[in-house]
Ligand binder design. Structure first.
Ligand code: GAL
Length: 383
């Protein structure tokens, strides 16, 4: 009964996302992730208010020490790790995979035993890569799925071969995660709760003196540039950024809602179109990630507008370039998607499978709001 009720909630949410903005072309049809049933976003957001400097660097150092201790007698130098990334050209996943590679090496894995492959945003390609890893006898797999909805098939392939599996970044749905627990599988997910990042984007707007209402007409008129809508990060950031405003009693008006697939060039052209149509009526540009915020900024500048005066611009990830823009006022804010702690947690989880210690089936992390107030700390922690 409880399960049926929660599934109903999920479908209601999917429908409401479809009707988010009049001109939305969002087609969110996948099931909500396990995080739907996790603790309330508000609670998570409060916890995440911890200062930036207490996150990345400090936690990373502690995790490295812990993981090194956890390896015990297991010699990692002859262990083979297969890593599947959904698409190498994705900026954020590039930071993630580079950090993952160097952290795995720092734990004692040999560079030649770490194989990282590009799924080129094609599930069939990635499924072949996973099959090849299984055939070649890797000891553990770390997978950033192209389609989260393919997780059940991937899990079956990998667990039938008796290989432990760590999913990263793209969260499988609740039903899939429940199965890992019920069947006691050596499978876990490492990632953050995307609702928190959306909420934080909204809170950054709420913290502005005019709460985003630049023209003083009593409502915040925004456009939304979404990542790949199959991906829960896009679904939740779209929903929760606006929800933070409406929950605070702020009236909103959605002028446009388009899918930019996490991509700078696509976002640039979408925002250019939107500006041509709505001009200065647009007060806030919400982008589901920083790559798209960089594209949005190009369009905003090309239209002769200035961030901070004519329009506010929000992203997620805390890419170096976006942080530089926050510092110089060209981007209102971003949300740090901690690739350092996520990649380290993923590697640590892989090690814990190899040592036999095992893992919980969900390993979370917190996002951090980034504004001019703390951008220097974030830049310092990015190294
Ligand atoms: C998100 C990240 C995006 C993109 C996406 C890929 O967490 O914010 O920039 O990398 O993952 O699934």
């Amino acid at each position: 009964m409880k399960k049926a009720l929660s599934l109903l909630t999920v479908s209601a949410m999917a429908v409401s996302m479809l009707t988010g903005c009049g001109s939305s072309n969002t087609t969110a049809t996948t099931a909500a992730p396990a995080a739907t049933e996790a603790a309330a976003t508000e609670a998570a957001a409060t916890e995440a208010a911890a200062p930036a400097e207490t996150t990345a660097a400090t936690e990373a150092a502690a995790a490295a020490t812990e993981a090194a201790a956890a390896t015990g007698d297991v010699d990692l130098s002859d262990k083979k790790v297969g890593v599947c990334i959904y698409q190498f050209s994705d900026n954020f996943m590039t930071l993630f995979r580079n950090e993952l590679q160097s952290y795995l090496e720092s734990l004692g894995f040999k560079a030649e035993n770490i194989s990282i492959v590009d799924g080129a945003n094609d599930q069939a390609t990635q499924t072949n890569q996973i099959q090849n890893f299984i055939t070649s006898g890797v000891d553990v797999l770390i997978i950033n799925p192209v389609n989260s909805s393919s997780a059940a098939t991937i899990t079956d392939m990998v667990t039938e071969a008796n290989i432990p599996l760590v999913y990263i970044n793209r969260e499988p749905d609740a039903q899939e995660e429940e199965r890992w627990k019920a069947d006691n599988m050596n499978v876990t997910y490492v990632g953050c709760d995307a609702r928190q990042s959306g909420t934080m984007q909204g809170e950054i707007v709420l913290d502005l003196e005019n709460k985003g209402d630049i023209n003083g007409d009593g409502k915040v008129s925004y456009i939304m540039i979404e990542g790949d809508p199959e991906n829960v990060d896009a679904q939740y950031r779209t929903e929760f950024s606006v929800k933070a405003l409406t929950d605070a009693g702020v009236e909103v008006e959605c002028l446009d809602d388009q899918v930019g697939n996490w991509d700078q060039a696509q976002a640039q052209s979408l925002v250019a179109n939107s500006l041509a149509q709505h001009g200065k009526d647009i007060e806030v540009v919400f982008c589901n990630n920083d790559a798209m915020a960089l594209g949005a900024l190009q369009a905003i500048e090309a239209a002769g507008e200035t961030v901070g005066t004519d329009v506010y611009l929000l992203g997620v990830d805390a890419l170096q370039e976006a942080c530089d823009n926050v510092k110089s006022g060209k981007q209102t804010g971003t949300v740090f998607n901690d690739h350092i702690s996520q990649s380290h947690s993923a590697a640590d989880a892989a090690v814990k499978y190899l040592t036999g210690e095992g893992n919980d089936h969900y390993i979370g992390c917190d996002y951090v709001k980034v504004t001019t107030a703390n951008v220097d700390d974030i830049l310092a922690s990015l190294g």
